[in-house]
Design a protein around this ligand. Structure first.
Ligand code: KG4
Ligand code: ZN
Length: 359
């Protein structure tokens, strides 16, 4: 089954072609250059860029996969959560193509994509993975931070849904951020340090540099110490970071840039791992599943692997760096599992974006 997947929930215009769960092409047109000078994503600019790029990106994805749109069986699209006007571009294009070419349409939750990307394979069918369920997922992005218990969905197949959104697996959100997302905390700290957008990659690069000699240069709070709470909170960290350096002269900031980057990264990762470990102890999953843009960070990946070893569980991370950050292949693989459950959109004309879509 050939799937064309579209993702425009934030600032990347993405399209991918899959053959079942195998990725044939995965095209990402990043808008970083358009937003970086603003220190974050500007919705109107994102919408316009998506509109300009969506068709060329889809055509490139089809060409690279050597698949004609006529041979596509299913069109898949992210319906949320995300930026409303950005999501609208992808949803409208998917509807237009599905109606024009008489294809089935599947709507996918963006966070479900970040988790199920771990089930994707390359065009040769690798890596071969047998993921053990229930699994405990940690998805960490610029827009969300969630710990999710992923169980196989034992409910019977249901008739096609008007809005087309129903879980492939059963998802139970057992912890999530109460305020900012982890990636957002890194992005905001980077903005404060004058490092542009997105902040995660540049903070990673500075944190790994030779000039780091103090990873706790500032005294940042360890939020939500209560061991019964599995939620996250990153806004206190961000505020404390801001107040401690706001009166520093520019030269002092630039002299300490690497230590400041390492300090905020350490604080964010400490909390990510502390709560994940508590959740693992409580829910006793059979495996761990990680995804989202922040999981592209090599230090975090190393620490998560170490944690998995400690708790003696298999861990699954996206097998390619570009599958961590936003992409359409993750939407395609989620759609493949939804297609198996015949979770097609019943009334294509009525499908609407859902910026606050819940899992
Ligand atoms: O999943 P994603 O592409 O978009 C959302 O769904 O939000 O994640 C983007 C986030 C941004 O906050 C970005 O700073 C962060 O992921 N990020 C990283 C790295 N690459 C991207 N954070 C830390 N280290 C990285 N290498
Ligand atoms: Zn994302």
């Amino acid at each position: 089954m050939k799937i064309l997947a579209i993702e425009t929930s934030c600032d990347d215009t993405c399209a991918a072609v899959l053959d079942d769960d195998k990725i044939l092409s995965n095209v990402i047109s990043s808008q970083t250059d358009l937003h970086s000078k603003w220190g974050g994503v500007v919705p109107d600019i994102a919408k316009r860029a998506h509109q300009e790029r969506i068709m060329p990106v889809i055509e490139t994805a089809l060409n690279r996969a050597r698949v004609k749109i006529e041979s596509i069986e299913v069109i898949a699209v992210t319906i949320g959560p995300g930026l409303a006007i950005a999501l609208g571009v992808g949803v409208n294009k998917a509807k237009e193509l599905a109606l024009k070419y008489k294809k089935k349409l599947i709507a996918v939750n963006h966070i479900e994509g970040h988790m199920l990307v771990n089930l994707a394979k390359n065009k040769n069918g690798n890596p071969k993975r047998e993921i053990q369920f229930p699994s405990l997922a940690l998805t960490v992005s610029g827009g969300h931070t969630k710990i999710v218990l992923v169980k196989r969905n034992k409910s019977p197949l249901h008739p096609p849904l008007t809005r087309g959104v129903k879980s492939v697996f059963d998802y139970e959100v057992v912890g999530e951020t109460l305020d900012d997302a982890a990636g957002e905390a890194l992005d905001k700290a980077a903005k404060l340090l004058g490092l542009g957008y997105p902040g995660g990659p540049v903070i990673e690069r500075l944190s790994e540099s030779n000039s780091v000699n103090n990873k706790s240069l500032l005294n940042l709070p360890k939020s939500l110490q209560d061991k019964n709470v599995l939620d996250y909170s990153f806004s206190g960290l961000k505020t404390s970071f801001y107040y401690q350096i706001k009166d520093w002269p520019k030269e002092k900031v630039s002299k300490n840039l690497a230590n400041l980057a390492a300090t905020i990264q350490e604080a964010v990762f400490e909390q990510l791992l502390r709560k994940y470990k508590l959740a693992i102890e409580k829910y006793k999953p059979k495996s761990l599943l990680c995804g989202g843009g922040v999981m592209a960070n090599l230090t975090l990946r190393k620490r998560i692997r170490k944690l998995a070893k400690e708790v003696n569980l298999p861990i699954w991370l996206p097998f390619k760096k570009e599958l961590n950050t936003d992409n359409a292949a993750m939407i395609g693989v989620a759609a493949y599992y939804k297609a198996k459950r015949r979770e097609f959109v019943k009334e294509i004309e009525k499908l609407d974006r859902d910026p606050r879509a819940a899992l």
